[in-house]
Design a protein around this ligand. Structure first.
Ligand code: EPZ
Length: 443
């Protein structure tokens, strides 16, 4: 095996067995790092609980320490941040983090609020579309920041951010978080319309409210923030990862198993649970988690569209499609959030799936990608028996989907670049073994 493959991670799975047992999910990968960034807004200690060991938590910990803060792990699942000595971020520091994650862009608002200066990172993250940051930069400039674009890097400056009326072109999760993190210490009131209202954003808002911020979420997705001069530290327990919980739910129906996801919360997953039941999944909601299984002998096809919250979250799409390959009939999935989120289909078809991609918008939702040459609609014929294959993982959610497909398939599958999965799924191999999966080898 090449050193690159070794460095990127390799997993050989033997499929054909139902997954049964219990897995825990801890703090949401898409909430934890943002809540950690919020600590830049205060000089007081911050404690975050229910922390999962995922890549973005480590990256933000390193970043906070690189600018003078300290990050301690007093016990498993707990992070204590001491941001009292944080200094302005040098360009050289940010270059270390550029390309590793999308989270560093969210430091712009807090660093502008604290120091009046913020370098703009070039971003990493998954290859599921262009994923620009124009919404972020436009919003900060609307609040009074000046963007200085130089050959090697850009940075923002501002005496003091001013509250503003901002309307997002699209309910972007990151841009919503950027505006909120910038507005809480700006002068005056910020009114953000067409905002994203994902549960992870609500969790960030609750943290900021604990810190002393005034934030309201009004009708029609309008978020209003009244800027304050100073914010306190926080002690917060992060919400559980609904995306990982949904991934395990899809693994249960795809392998005809039964999985109890300890920590999963119904309130965050209502839309997913409706669609899950519609295709023939079943679930039992308990105080400490949700149990998932296949209700009858067959899964049923469905017409599905991803959307911003509270719609069917785009991050559910990839594991859900694996289940749809095992459903009887023709399913249609219209991906309206990302233009290139079906990159994983080619490998699935090599495993025996029958999926065709289309440029057309195959659904009723308005969509930015219609007739723009993006294959963002999929038609899935099922059920199709899957067989093991060699698969190189392109992104986080596709990576987990391939794990599900490999476990539902007959024979062995070799997955490379598995480190991408470790970015967002804590202790994956241990969880697979706990569910009875057969891991032939791990490198
Ligand atoms: C967050 O990404 C999540 N990542 C994504 O999860 C999730 O899929 C996405 O929100 C949508 O829900 C994290 O929270 C770390 P966006 P984000 O800004 O904030 C366009 C996963 O697997 N856009 O909501 O980067 C963008 O191209 C990951 O956990 C602009 O055009 O996503 C996309 O089409 C994948 N300009 C759409 O908006 C901008 O400035 C939604 O992106 C910003 C976004």
């Amino acid at each position: 095996m090449s050193p690159a493959a070794a460095a990127s991670g390799r997993l050989v799975l033997r499929g054909g067995k139902p997954l049964t047992g219990e897995v825990p999910v801890r703090g949401a990968k898409n909430a934890l790092p943002k809540i950690m960034v919020a600590s830049l807004l205060t000089g007081e200690d911050c404690t975050l609980r229910n922390v999962a060991d995922v890549a973005d938590v480590a990256i933000v910990s390193e970043l906070i320490e690189a600018i003078g803060g300290t990050v301690e792990r007093p016990e498993r699942g707990v992070i204590r941040i001491r941001p009292g000595n944080i200094q302005p971020m040098e360009r050289s520091v940010l270059r270390e983090f550029s390309g590793r994650s999308r989270i560093p862009i969210l430091t712009c608002g807090p660093l502008l609020a604290r120091f009046g200066d913020a370098p703009v990172p070039s971003l990493g993250g998954c290859r599921i579309g262009q994923r620009p940051v124009d919404f972020h930069l436009n919003a900060l400039q609307h609040m009074g920041a000046t963007l200085h674009e130089e050959a090697s890097a850009s940075h923002l400056t501002c005496e003091r951010l001013q509250g503003a009326k901002i309307k997002l072109e699209f309910p972007s999760v990151g841009a919503t978080e950027q505006v909120i993190l910038a507005a809480v210490r700006a002068e005056g009131v910020t009114e953000l319309s067409n905002a994203a209202i994902e549960p992870e954003i609500m969790d960030l808002i609750m943290v900021l409210q604990k810190m002393g911020a005034y934030i309201s979420v009004d009708v029609d997705r309008v978020i209003t923030i009244v800027g304050v001069r100073q914010l306190h530290g926080y002690d917060h327990t992060a919400l559980p990862d609904r995306l990982e919980a949904a991934s395990w739910a899809c693994a249960a129906v795809s392998t005809d198993g039964r999985i109890f996801v300890r920590g999963a919360r119904q309130v965050d997953m209502m839309t997913f649970l409706n669609k899950y039941r519609q295709i023939g999944g079943d679930f039992d909601v308990r105080d400490d988690g949700i149990e998932f299984w296949r209700a009858g002998s067959e899964l049923r096809s469905i017409a599905l569209e991803t959307d911003v919250y509270p719609g069917f979250t785009t991050d559910y799409q990839q594991p859900f499609v694996i289940a749809l390959t095992q459903a009887r009939g023709i399913s249609i999935v219209h991906e309206t959030v990302y233009e290139q989120r079906f990159g994983y289909i080619e490998a699935l078809n090599r495993m025996g799936a029958q999926i065709q991609l289309y440029r057309e918008c195959l659904g009723g939702l308005t969509c930015r990608f219609g007739q723009r040459n993006w294959k963002h609609s999929a038609v899935i014929a099922g059920p199709t028996p899957l067989r093991g294959a060699e698969i190189h993982i392109p992104d986080l959610r596709a990576g987990f989907s391939y794990v599900i497909a490999a476990l539902a398939a007959q024979g062995d599958s070799t997955l490379t670049n598995t480190n991408l999965i470790d970015r967002g799924y804590e202790n994956l191999n241990e969880k697979l073994l706990a569910l009875g999966a057969e891991i032939v080898s791990v490198d």
